[in-house]
Design a protein around this ligand. Structure first.
Ligand code: G1P
Length: 278
């Protein structure tokens, strides 16, 4: 059983300055809900109720978001406005939250390794909350991946086909097609130039990782941009055993970019947001 989900939330959000000067980028709302809450709801839906946040300086608003606001509860209790608190109350009732701080920004691999003390020796999910994944009326992306983990018992990365002009923004896999959207990973490259990319299958920010990844990351030298890359550690894991890549069902928005953020906002407003259900 996977119980824990790691959220690396220490990044700067430079592309959204000045909005992110004193506010964490993960707290930017898509309509009325912060990005990170969408991710946490997806994890809880998948049964991953222990949420491990790898935070950094200036990220206190995230810790406060996942705690009770007594003043607000007191003001709103018994009024017609209570409905506005229902989604966050549900998250707080169902999830537990733990936090550690990443002191230096040394890449996604380093952020994951920082979370080791919260995860321990068990398989876990990872959500990069910049990637908003929605699959209304069907299993969320992480739930789809947890089902696959229960069957295959190895690390799994979410993938999506992207246009070759955009491939340099992603980790990219090559693999043997096993059918049903699953590939056995044979190669993985972090942010390659289009002419060096092994395919158009880009890694999206959802992972299920087996805990041997921590030892592998410890041994992984800095790679692309001189950062410790999860992609490089996953390639080592794939070569030593097995890593699967999964073309998920659902929509994904790159909310780390302004156009993706606007697209997500419009989509949620049109298709998901309900004025009476918060
Ligand atoms: C990270 C990963 C990359 C992955 C991407 C998905 O990159 O390093 O492999 O494709 O997330 O969003 P980042 O976008 O954080 O630079």
């Amino acid at each position: 059983m996977i119980r824990k989900c790691l959220f690396p939330v220490a990044g700067y959000g430079t592309r959204f300055l000045p909005a992110t000067k004193s506010m964490p980028k993960e707290m930017l709302p898509i309509v009325n809900k912060p990005l990170v809450q969408y991710g946490v709801e997806e994890a809880i839906e998948a049964g991953l109720k222990q949420i491990a946040l790898v935070t950094g300086r200036g990220k206190r608003a995230i810790a406060d978001h996942f705690d009770i606001s007594y003043e607000l509860e007191h003001q709103i209790a018994g009024s017609g406005k209570e409905k506005y608190l229902s989604s966050i109350r549900k998250v707080l009732n169902e999830g537990t939250f733990m936090m550690t701080r990443q002191r230096e920004m040394k890449g996604l691999g380093h952020a994951i390794l920082t979370g080791e003390s919260l995860i321990g020796n068990e398989a876990f999910g990872v959500v990069l909350s910049d990637d908003l994944c929605l699959n209304p009326n069907d299993d969320g992306v992480l739930k789809q991946m947890v089902k696959l983990y229960n069957q295959f018992r190895c690390s799994i990365v979410a993938i999506q086909e992207v246009p070759m002009e955009e491939i340099h923004k992603y980790g990219v896999i090559a693999g043997d097609d096993m059918g049903n959207g699953l590939f056995r990973v044979s190669d993985m490259v972090e942010k390659p130039d289009a002419d060096k990319a092994p395919s158009n299958l880009a890694v999206i920010g959802r992972y299920v990782l087996t805990p041997d990844i921590f030892d592998i990351i410890r041994e992984t030298p800095p790679g692309k941009n001189n950062e410790i890359q999860l992609t490089d550690a996953l390639l080592t894991q794939a070569k030593a055993g097995c890593v699967l890549a999964y073309k998920f069902r659902g929509k994904r928005f790159d909310c780390g970019s302004v156009p993706g953020f606007i697209e997500a906002t419009n989509y949620v407003y049109e298709n998901v947001y309900d004025e009476d259900v918060h």
